[in-house]
Design a protein around this ligand. Structure first.
Ligand code: PGA
Length: 243
């Protein structure tokens, strides 16, 4: 069975003052029986990971090399050194703004695994690609190109047009993509592909979480805006635990 996971992506938001919000999420995570992961910006990782409670901590990116002359970058080992155990890779904002390719994402995922981190590999089509009827083909190609040769991964399907927009695909659209991802994972890894968690991301809110979590092969969510406040993130975590 895939693990149920609510992951929060804080992106470039938050300061030391936000640690009380992270503590509130960690406190609530103790009573909710599904895995909660928070991915704050890098400067908060160490303090967030030191807070009491069962909240797991993740980075939002890492370099594919273990160390070296890469000004401004952070390695997977350095994320682990801060107390992170997960890392978001290949988010569409990084694929778009920094031209991250599938093969780079795969190299980063392998680097993460080498440092004991579980990569959360993001995939998703643009609005144009969906309009052209290519959503499934695009997402499956991204999966094939970005996946390391290791079953210890989490997949996040995040249609680019749904991120931060309030737009959410229909239940039928999410079902179609998640079923296709599961089938591909089973082809790649055999029966072990059944245990990989496939998260949905893109405008997940307390108001739509229950409906999304009822979809087969949706094993949780990657949440941006609604993860910034415990009062929004907690009901999403609860909906998943109850699904
Ligand atoms: P959103 O972002 O929940 O604010 O749409 C999701 C993400 O980018 O991971």
């Amino acid at each position: 069975m895939p693990q149920k996971i609510t992951a929060g992506n804080w992106k470039m938001n938050g300061t030391q003052a936000s640690l009380s919000e992270i503590q509130a999420i960690a406190d609530a995570a103790a009573d909710i029986h599904s895995l909660a992961i928070l991915c704050p910006p890098a400067h908060l990782l160490h303090r967030a990971a030191s807070l009491p409670g069962p909240l797991a901590i993740g980075g939002q990116n890492c370099h594919h090399a273990p160390s070296g002359a890469f000004t401004g970058d952070i390695s997977a080992a350095q994320l682990a050194d801060c107390g992170a155990s997960y890392v978001i890779l290949g988010h569409s904002e990084r694929r778009e703004a920094y031209g991250e390719s599938d093969s780079l994402v795969r190299d980063k995922a392998q680097a993460a695994l080498n440092s004991g981190l579980t990569p959360i590999i993001c995939l998703g089509e643009s609005q144009d690609q969906r309009a052209e009827g290519r959503a499934i083909a695009v997402v499956l190609a991204q999966l094939t190109g970005s996946l390391p040769d290791d079953v210890q991964v989490i997949i996040a399907y995040e249609p680019i047009w749904a991120i931060g927009t309030g737009l959410v695909p229909s239940v039928a659209e999410i079902t179609e993509v998640h079923n296709a991802l599961r089938a591909q994972l089973l082809t790649t890894f055999g029966a072990a592909g059944q245990n990989i968690s496939i998260l949905y991301g893109g405008s997940v809110k307390p108001s739509n979480a229950k409906e999304i979590f009822a979809i087969p092969n949706v094993n949780g969510a990657l949440v941006g805006g609604a993860s910034l406040k415990a009062e929004d993130f907690l009901p999403i975590m609860r909906s998943l635990a109850e699904s």
